[in-house]
Design a protein around this ligand. Sequence first.
Ligand SMILES: [Zn+2]
Length: 84
Amino acid sequence: MNRYLIETPHTAQDCQRLVEQVRAMGYLFHFEWGCKSGVHCGWAIIEAENEAQAQLAVPPLVRNKARVIKLFRFDAEARSLHEA
Ligand SMILES: [Zn+2]
């Protein structure tokens, strides 16, 4: 399983509708939000086999704005993928 960060930037106007979509999709408790700090964006880290599967957690309202980013951890020697 890979881990993906889902980033859902949106406007204050779309906030309520977006949260309703996320709730309907069953991902409400995966997401944390910056809305009350004036940063209208929700973030979730989910496990998925691939990016296509991770995209299923993206609400339709922000499908063209959302970012889906595959995550990795540095190993004990702090080597990154770039040095591999
Ligand atoms: Zn918001």
